[in-house]
Design a protein around this ligand. Structure first.
Ligand code: FAD
Length: 469
């Protein structure tokens, strides 16, 4: 292999940047790393903006502190690697609510994404069908099987637990429906315990016992100043050449690596590299793979995405409850599916002038039409619905922002992990110097994306001849 290695990372989201950092840390000194980002900014779905003079997240807001398998999450490890561990802050108000039956009720504790480990704890919002969760003498999930979260929970605990608890909690993350989403991908710890446990409540308890959380340890963290700091620090530490406004339009295998066609059709640039980390969402990945590995491209491109809009309002001294926010079950018939009271939830954002920043997430999978209105109409609808849910007229916003994320949240249907494994195996066999990474494959959360990027970097290092460390 020629030295120095030349590695292209396609996609400047957190996955691609995490891959750059890992390559910088583990590939031979002098490795030429280039990140190609089609937009004018790095970060992808991590985007810290400003409203009413305050940094505010227009995309992802926070990351899980712990890895489901134990220990700190990959996002925390990355922040530590980048010298930002001391800048991690945690919610000062953790309690959120569910908007059900026209009022707000605290989200019950002791659940795994709404699936109860103690039925008595959830009866304030949903009546479980306790008789259905009987031990039939065999595990809930057969080896290798996957199922939708909704199908499993409906069959064991009835519709209310799904519709009023699990669905809004999953919807808050994926903008998707529990009846469509893969248990193995969206709730891996529960899927794992369901392969040995005979009841759903037993499986939740086993999953909780496998990763016990010391009381008082924070679940979520973010960075003071915003998540774009993680993006900037990763871009610097990766020591990569950053190419913004540089869409990769074609990938062609060569005798020794890859040729990338970059930039506008009228003025394309051709680049030769030894290896590629493809860290873009599934659809652009499928387009780039189509000419190289059509079957893999078809598998990758079959992943569907939900679109959402985030509407942030700056409200002068509104009367907000002491909650981090609320989730809305789809059955309530509201446009808002989740809302975060930023300045209540995050103490470091609290303002002496009493101005509150409230963000609402709008749009569910399959309901894209609800987003096809003007920004002004979205702001008005969110303001109206917030007043209804809070049962108090809110003051008019002094500023507002609408961030639209078209096709942004992957909808992992049952069998997703097997499809990804098959796609990767096929690609690895034919093209070991091309690695797939990102939310389209391994999971949506920032820590999972960071790990996915780092793993792809390791694969490339192995394919090119091994690491230096
Ligand atoms: C509204 C919203 C809120 C979220 N909130 C949270 C949260 O609070 N916590 C959490 O853990 N996760 C959250 N997520 C999920 C998380 O942010 C994403 O899953 C993660 O950031 C995806 O990172 P990525 O790098 O894989 O992809 P992306 O962020 O999509 O980055 C991919 C990049 O590739 C670029 N690209 C695409 N095609 C090309 C091409 N041909 N050439 C060059 N570049 C290309 C894109 O412009 C983009 O910058 C949220 C997601 C959304 C949409």
């Amino acid at each position: 292999m020629r030295q120095p290695w030349r590695v292209a990372i396609v996609g400047g989201g957190i996955t691609g940047l995490a891959a750059a950092v890992r390559l910088r840390d583990r590939a031979p000194a002098g490795t030429e790393i280039t990140v190609y980002e089609q937009s004018g900014a790095l970060g992808g779905k991590l985007r810290t903006g400003e409203l009413a003079g305050q940094p505010v997240e227009f995309g992802a807001e926070s990351f899980l502190m712990r890895d489901p398998a134990g220990g700190e999450s990959a996002a925390v490890a990355l922040a530590r690697r980048l010298g930002l561990a001391d800048e991690i802050v945690h919610p000062t108000v953790g309690q959120a609510a569910l908007a059900v039956d026209g009022g707000l009720r605290p989200i019950p504790g002791g659940t795994l994404v709404g699936v109860p480990g103690d039925l008595a704890q959830v009866t304030t919002v949903a009546q479980p069908d306790a008789d259905a969760d009987r031990d039939t003498g065999r595990p809930l999930l057969a080896p290798g099987a996957d199922v939708s979260v909704g199908a499993l929970v409906r069959s064991r605990l009835g519709d209310q637990v799904v519709d009023r608890l699990v669905d809004p909690m999953l919807g808050g993350v994926y903008a998707g429906r529990a009846d469509d989403l893969s248990l193995v991908t969206t709730m891996p710890a529960l899927a794992h315990s369901a392969r040995t446990e005979h009841t759903l409540v037993g499986a939740v308890r086993a999953a909780q016992a496998a990763a016990p959380r010391a009381p008082g340890t924070p679940v979520f963290g973010t960075l003071a100043g915003g998540l774009s700091r993680l993006v900037e620090a990763a871009a610097t530490a990766g020591g990569a050449t950053i190419r913004r406004d540089a869409a990769v339009r074609e990938l062609t295998p060569t005798a020794t690596g890859w040729q990338l066609t970059v930039g506008p059709t009228r003025d394309p640039e051709s680049v030769e590299v030894d290896a590629v980390v493809l860290a873009v969402p599934a659809r652009p990945a499928a387009r780039l793979l189509a000419g190289i590995a059509p079957e893999t491209a078809a598998t990758v491109g079959a992943l569907d995405y939900a679109s959402v809009a985030l509407v942030t309002l700056a409200l002068p001294e509104p009367a907000l409850p002491a909650l981090s926010g609320f989730l809305v079950p789809a059955t309530e018939g509201l446009l808002i599916k989740a809302s975060t009271f930023f300045t209540t939830k995050w103490g470091h954002l609290a303002r002496p002038d009493g101005l509150a920043l409230v963000r609402a997430s709008v749009g569910r999978y399959g309901e894209e039409a609800s987003l096809q209105v003007t920004d002004a109409d979205l702001v008005a609808a969110v303001h109206r619905e917030l007043s209804t849910v809070l049962a108090a007229p809110l003051p008019a916003p002094v500023a507002s922002h609408v961030q639209r994320w078209g096709g942004a949240l992957p909808q992992y249907t049952p069998g997703h992990p097997d499809r990804v494994a098959a796609a990767r195996a096929a690609l690895r066999g034919a093209h070991p110097t091309l690695a797939l990474a990102g939310a389209g494959y391994d999971g949506v959360g920032i820590p999972v994306c960071v790990r996915s990027g780092a793993t792809a970097a390791e694969e490339i290092i192995t394919a090119l001849g091994g690491s230096v460390a």
